[in-house]
Ligand binder design. Structure first.
Ligand code: HEM
Length: 189
């Protein structure tokens, strides 16, 4: 007999913030409609619970059908949107002197590591950050979930959070629909 497949789950914060994103762009009734179309049975998500990653994909897929915006673009916009709230939830791990550059440089060991420690059920993506000189970071994203759009969005959101959008140039170097995706971040003088 085949072993039952373990379904992938993600931290409730990502779902609570997806709801906030949809309500910000549209309204509560749009959220309810998307849940219905995605076949999601429950109407709320809790910060401290874990939920099937597939639900997030299904909701975004429904949103894409409703709006005509590609799922990639929605993922990116969602990633950008959630940064201020993520920063608020994990604020104690952020050093006050950090800006976009330091934040990205330390995301893996300071932020995603803190997420893993605070809740051992979570599995944030692996990010390998490489310094290229003093004005460039190469971010290698790796996750079976293939959510590179969210990764690019979060980087944009971090630059915006620090009021550095004009100084930070973000380029996805490899295709988005892969488990490994490379992102280049240039810091303009
Ligand atoms: C600002 C600090 C950050 C915080 C507090 C944070 C927190 C989190 C949390 C709580 C999750 C859910 C993990 C799970 O349930 O397994 C997550 C997932 C994720 N994070 Fe971060 N993160 C941060 C920065 C970043 C950055 C800089 C990137 C991109 C380069 C990134 C990319 C992602 C992606 C794409 C996911 C979705 C899951 C996946 O792809 O496997 N995060 N993050």
């Amino acid at each position: 007999m085949d072993k039952p497949q373990k379904i992938d789950v993600m931290h409730g914060s990502l779902f609570v913030l997806l709801k906030r994103f949809v309500e910000y762009q549209h309204d509560y009734s749009t959220w309810v409609k998307l849940l219905g179309e995605a076949g999601v049975q429950h109407s709320t998500y809790q910060m401290q619970e874990m939920y099937p990653t597939q639900e997030l994909f299904d909701i975004i897929e429904s949103a894409s059908k409703l709006t005509g915006i590609s799922t990639y673009e929605l993922m990116e916009k969602y990633g950008e949107f959630i940064v201020p709230d993520l920063m608020l939830v994990y604020t104690k791990y952020v050093k006050p002197e950090w800006r976009t550059y330091e934040m990205l440089l330390h995301t893996e060991e300071a932020m995603h590591e803190a997420v893993r420690k605070e809740d051992s059920r979570t599995t944030p993506p692996k990010l390998l950050i490489t310094k290229v000189g003093s004005k460039q970071l190469i971010i290698d994203y790796y996750s079976k979930r293939k959510m590179a759009g969210v990764a690019v969005g979060i980087i944009k959101g971090i630059a915006r959070y620090f009021n550095e959008s004009d100084l930070v140039e973000i380029t996805r170097v490899t295709p988005a629909d892969q488990e490994r995706v490379q992102i280049r971040v240039n810091f303009l003088p």
